[in-house]
Ligand binder design. Sequence first.
Ligand code: NAD
Length: 430
Amino acid sequence: MEALPAHQIPSYIDSAHLGPWGVWLEQIDRVTPHLGKLARWVETLKRPKRILIVDVPIERDDGSIAHFEGYRVQHNTSRGPGKGGVRFHQDVSLSEVMALSAWMTVKNAAVNVPYGGAKGGIRVDPRTLSPGELQRMTRRYTSEINIIIGPNKDIPAPDVNTNEQIMAWMMDTYSMNQGSTTSGVVTGKPISLGGSLGRRDATGRGVYVVGCEAAARIGMDVSGARIAVQGFGNVGGVAARLFTEAGATVVAVQDHSGTVFKESGIDVPTLLAHVAEHGGVAGFAGAEIMADGSQFWSVDCDILIPAALEQQINEKNANSIRARIILEGANGPTTPAADDVLHQRNVLVVPDVVANAGGVTVSYFEWVQDFSSFFWTEEEINLRLTRIMKEAFAGVWLLAQERKVSLRTAAFIVGCTRVLQAREMRGLYP
Ligand code: NAD
């Protein structure tokens, strides 16, 4: 990326190490020439609306006091309340949460759900905490960000290392502070607390639906496809399961604990059970262990699904990827430099802001159901989810063909145009 004018990088960001925020800025620079007169508002996307950094102190089980760094960033609320997950991970940083919140802005607009973009996180390895410590940290974090979240302000949801239980604690903490049960403050809750049927599988299901659409466009038969998945959690695990149910073969899986490979196909339900019991793919007896994890990227496959962290597909490995389709289950898994390489090599990249939008789509359904206290069947939810994902993909595909741009640029044109039109119509206050 070329050096940006100093005023374009907020002083609270280390301009020498922009990290994921640098990826976002470059993506915005790439879409700007396609925004016509709306480009005059583009600076608004290069700085988050609101950032809250909080200290999260907890008493450990041994009586000592530990402090963790927590964030909630509301990137843009032009189209509605902030919406985006909460991540617990040792590498969480301001740059990362800013970028994740920004991708939520474009994603929510690209699938046309009435939200702005937000994201939160705590810099912690939750595996080092006892269940009691995890609960105390979650509740303290929720109390600290309580002033900016709410069902009409900003609605958190699960992300890496957060789940239904964490959402239940967040909902309860917010409700205790409000004095009344407020289920619509978070989504991804347990069904018994106003969660939605289908939410747990929604992101992986959306990845699967757009994957089938993309495959059909290039004449690939999903039932014979070979799949490699990085990240075998909520997103990667569900996507792998759905692809195998459709007849595809999962040949390689990588997670934080290691990489497993089996030419004839990994038995996905058995691997899911192993991960549920042991916390990772390491030690799985039903496949070969790949000692050198970097080899994962050159596995012979048709569809590659990055479903873990950002910047995993980069200049170092983009040339060795053999897949014809990359389905971005993760947020920000591909750097702009890798995007260029893949584009030249004719690898179809289905961008995160469309591919993984199934989660926020069913979160939207959950929020609507909570407001109306009227709950839908799983069949209705999956039908509506499938329709929205197919429509979003088709619109982006068509635009990419018309403008001769990548699917990412097309998705950004759709999303940024909606956000900036809303910005322009609202005008600047005062
Ligand atoms: P998760 O915590 O359920 O799973 C994360 C997976 O990533 C785990 O298998 C973990 O082992 C793996 N992982 C972590 N560090 C890794 C590393 N260094 N190398 C390889 N694998 C690693 O999280 P999730 O909800 O499945 O989220 C995965 C990605 O999908 C994230 O980028 C997240 O932002 C994105 N996403 C999630 C949702 C959702 O609804 N949960 C929605 C949209 C996008």
